[in-house]
Design a protein around this ligand. Structure first.
Ligand code: SF4
Ligand code: SF4
Length: 430
């Protein structure tokens, strides 16, 4: 087999971004114009604006999205979350994953073609720059690098806040070496991806792309070539099919495939081939839609099952977030032996851990609820906890040496209307 030869399937060249010997075919798709292209660019602009504004626009006094990993607090669309709310991540992760499965079953690869950052950034910034700098590769790569750095800065702003990012940008990198290292690494990663790796991310690396064969079914929305209408293909007047074999749908494809070979894993449903073929059909005065969106039954058992599961998940999430509280309290045993036997009796040491999950300082009242035979020594009956912070208050509980059983150690923690009762077991009794 020759090097740089595309595989042949059923007598036809299987257009692809990878040659039969595994080497890469460089894809530089031709520009395309049409209603889908225009609609996609509107969607891309909105998405880029949202992604850029998320760390800038404040909601409830904090950026709309600020994942403050350093201080373990997370601000998401006006909500404040702490590590104690980590269990909600389960719903978030499974909800996003399931949402994608659901959307794929109904709408096919709409995410890949219309919403994935890989597609959005490539088509909004990198592809136009590439076309404008065909003969100036040095300029192309400078611009690529600058755009990659811009994306990296926005990404880092999600984790350090826009204000901190701005301060860092004005200061010397030696004052914030960690953030600077992240910035460099991300810029390099984005530059390498968007300048060189490109469609290979979708074709080779993306797990979602690899799962398409199980996520799609015969009724999903896909972009398809109307074979009955198009074949036999050939020059105008020489065959009866509507496809004039101009290959325009192939040269505009960002993953380098030929949609006339049927639905392929490499198709990211970008709609470029629809616009390209419609342009040709217009010129030939033939009806549009030789390549088009196509779907079967929308309501089918799989989709109904997914809808029911989505509804259950959304309901559970709704109630889970409603029962979320403004503070957490736990009673921990102090390190060391579980109990101490002294002349005066038995002693157990505990720590009340209080986490304030709100954006304002709060005072928490600690009220012991002694069980039979136990006495409490609390160095403070209230504790002030700063916003998004936590505090620990030691508690000693004593009991007579001849204590029988394991009485409960119970402390009521109160702030305003909210109350939590934390409890543990007193150890050392016979
Ligand atoms: S653009 Fe349309 S007419 Fe041209 S090769 Fe593709 S399917 Fe055939
Ligand atoms: S086949 Fe068409 S829809 Fe699929 S990636 Fe290529 S141009 Fe986009």
């Amino acid at each position: 087999m020759n090097r740089h030869q595309l595989p042949v399937l059923n007598g036809r060249v299987a257009e692809s971004s990878i040659y039969a010997d595994g080497t890469r075919k460089k894809i530089e798709p031709a520009p395309v114009h049409g209603p889908y292209d225009r609609a996609r660019h509107v969607v891309f602009s909105v998405l880029v604006a949202i992604w850029v504004l998320l760390p800038i626009v404040p909601i409830n006094g904090h950026p709309a999205l600020f994942l403050d990993v350093e201080h373990r607090r997370f601000f998401v669309l006006g909500g404040t979350f702490t590590p104690q709310d980590f269990w909600l991540v389960f719903f978030l992760a499974s909800g996003v994953g399931f949402g994608l499965v659901y959307a794929t079953a109904v709408l096919g690869r709409v995410w890949c073609g219309w919403g994935c950052p890989q597609t959005v950034f490539t088509e909004t910034f990198f592809r136009p720059i590439e076309r404008l700098t065909k003969k100036k590769h040095w300029l192309r790569h400078i611009l690529f690098f600058l755009i990659a750095a811009g994306i990296a800065h926005v990404f880092v702003a999600y984790f350090v806040s826009i204000r901190a990012l701005w301060t860092m940008m004005l200061g010397s990198p030696t004052k914030h070496p960690e953030a600077f290292a992240w910035m460099l690494a991300l810029t390099g990663l984005f530059y390498g991806n968007f300048a060189f790796f490109r469609e290979q991310l979708c074709v080779v690396l993306c797990p979602y792309g690899r799962l398409q064969s199980v996520l799609l079914d015969d009724d999903s929305l896909v972009i398809a070539y109307d074979e009955k209408r198009g074949e036999p293909r050939g020059k105008k007047g020489q065959t009866t099919g509507d496809c004039v074999d101009c290959r325009r749908c192939v040269v505009v494809c960002p993953t380098g495939i030929d949609i006339r070979n049927g639905l392929q894993m490499d198709c990211i449903a970008c709609t470029a081939c629809i616009d390209a073929c419609d342009e040709i059909m217009d010129k030939l005065d033939r009806p549009r839609g030789l390549i088009k969106y196509q779907h079967g039954k929308i309501l089918r058992p799989r989709v109904i099952l997914y809808s029911v599961l989505m509804a259950i998940g959304a309901t559970v999430f709704f109630f889970a977030t409603r029962t979320r509280t403004d503070f957490e309290a736990t009673l921990l045993r102090q390190p060391g032996p579980p109990f101490v036997r002294e002349e005066s009796g038995l002693r157990n040491g505990f720590v009340v851990h209080v986490a304030n999950k709100t954006s304002a300082p709060k005072t928490y009242l600690l009220e012991p609820e002694p069980d039979a035979g136990t006495q409490y020594i609390l160095p403070m009956s209230s504790v002030e906890v700063a916003a998004m912070s936590d505090a620990r208050v030691p508690v000693f509980v004593t009991a007579p040496s001849d204590l029988h059983g394991k009485p409960k150690v119970r402390i009521r923690v109160r702030s305003g209307e909210e109350t939590r009762v934390v409890e543990a077991v007193f150890l050392g009794g016979s």
